[in-house]
Design a protein around this ligand. Sequence first.
Ligand SMILES: NC(=O)c1ccc[n+]([C@@H]2O[C@H](COP(=O)([O-])OP(=O)(O)OC[C@H]3O[C@@H](n4cnc5c(N)ncnc54)[C@H](OP(=O)(O)O)[C@@H]3O)[C@@H](O)[C@H]2O)c1
Length: 344
Amino acid sequence: MSETNRAFRLRKRPDGELAEGDLELVEEQTPELVDGQALVRTQLLSLDPTNRIWMSDIRGYMPAVPIDAVMRGIGVGEVIESRRDDMPVGATVSGFVGWQELVLADDNLLEAPLAVLPEPLPAPLPAFLGALGHTGITAYIGIDNAELKAGETIVISGACGAVGSIAGQLAKERGARVVGVAGGPDKCRHAVAKLGYDVCVDHKAEDWREQLDTATPDGIDVDFENVGGPIMDHVLGRLNIGARVSLCGMIAEYNTYNPGGEHSGGLTNIGQLIMQRATIQGFLVLDYGDRFEEAIGHLAGMLGAGKLHYDETIVNGGLDAAPEALAQLFTGANMGKLLVRVSD
Ligand SMILES: NC(=O)c1ccc[n+]([C@@H]2O[C@H](COP(=O)([O-])OP(=O)(O)OC[C@H]3O[C@@H](n4cnc5c(N)ncnc54)[C@H](OP(=O)(O)O)[C@@H]3O)[C@@H](O)[C@H]2O)c1
């Protein structure tokens, strides 16, 4: 049966922050299903800093979302109609659902096939987009790539975010001294009290550089970098010999990925990689599909043992709320994984 879908289509590439008119909310009819297709109702949409990257026509790791296409996005949903055996009605699926209420699950049309989640779910549904989903896996891979050892000092920016909050706990599990960088005293208190950071530096405080110096008296062995910009630059200036930078993200500059423009960059301490014989490794979680099971198994084990705390900021208001909610990632209004509840 044909249904009315509501979807955000990208009409214009943002210049700076996402602005009104960049996306348009449209109503469209879904096609009648044919064999090999299912219809999925989106329940939760994951808002990720990379959403802003995907809107930009830069040299990215995936093609930019084409103008007029449905905005790319990761989410979970329920199969409501089906003409495929592997996706029965009632099944819960996850993957690239797009910023839309209804998804035509056709492997030939979607960027990647949706995955069917286990039944019954071993954890609450939102966790599959966070601690047990792509951001949790990112934290696991980023810590593992850095070969973090007991007794080393690691700095994690975006310390209370979806990736950072899990990375902090994985670092602690390895016996490291774990220093977080987060925005504001509330987040910093939370980082120490709930996420197990040894200390947290408030990057919104005027003296954040001094705070970071005091927090890392023996220098920095590993930088789990989520933010870039001046924070990363200051961390680079404190690297120890043989340090490793696990370069996960640079959210501080995503809003400068503008049409025809150059992003700001501006790392003045990059030369310290030479002086300290340090290494920097950019990585993308998408390249580690063969380790997802291992990562999820580890994180689920910690969760089951009561050794993993995770936070979610779930924005209500349906799909309509997504563009405005995305801004939370750039102002720091979110605590933990940012999600939009599209339907129940
Ligand atoms: N490589 C990969 O495969 C991969 C996968 C997922 C995510 N990532 C990257 O990982 C990073 C974190 O992603 P996430 O999903 O976990 O987001 P998140 O940390 O939950 O949210 C973003 C956080 O970044 C902080 N922030 C934003 N602008 C900042 C600025 N100018 N200076 C300092 N802090 C700023 C804010 O926290 P405060 O309140 O603390 O400022 C905000 O809450 C992003 O850079 C993302 O692109 C990479």
